[in-house]
Design a protein around this ligand. Structure first.
Ligand code: 4NP
Length: 153
């Protein structure tokens, strides 16, 4: 089974949303994927996803209940097949802690997947609801393509 870890800064907005979107989409398609998320920073360890992320996801039928923030750790580079960064800064932070013999493939998620050509999932934390909707739009688009191209049911 493919194991995917999504990583952002706080692990309360973007990467837990990516986790929930991919899990929900895979389930609907009868595909099993092992999916998790983490943050490069430690500020929000143990917290539930941001309520704005939860509300926007729930409007689209995606539950984030039971998810809680954790920090990414070097072992993740051996435990997962793919580690997907949400933005360039997350990617650079991950590069800097990636063990030399890591087995996981590290990539900027929207560089590899999706049709919106934004390259990054922008941080919605300090903005309004439209930023959270946009995060969902980008992630649904990219997760759909990821499942189509990478995962065999
Ligand atoms: P995330 O968003 O990286 O998508 O979870 C953020 C959450 C919290 C903060 C920044 C970004 N913060 O500065 O506390």
């Amino acid at each position: 089974m493919i194991k995917v870890l999504f990583v952002c800064l706080g692990n309360i907005c973007r990467s837990p949303t990516a986790e929930a979107v991919l899990r929900s989409m895979a389930k609907q398609q009868g595909i099993t994927v092992d999916v998790d998320s983490a943050g490069t920073a430690a500020y929000h360890i143990g917290k539930s996803p941001d309520s704005r992320s939860q509300q926007v996801a729930l409007k689209r039928g995606i539950s984030m209940v039971g998810q809680s923030a954790r920090q990414v750790m070097p072992d993740d580079f051996y435990d997962f097949d793919y580690i997907f960064a949400m933005d360039k800064s997350n990617y650079q932070d991950l590069q800097s802690i990636k063990p030399a013999n890591a087995s996981a493939q590290l990539a900027l998620f929207l560089n590899e997947y999706g049709t919106m050509n934004t390259g990054e999932v922008p941080d919605p934390y300090y903005g309004g609801n439209s930023g959270f909707e946009w995060v969902l739009d980008l992630l649904e688009d990219a997760c759909e393509q990821f499942l189509k191209t990478k995962v065999v049911s």
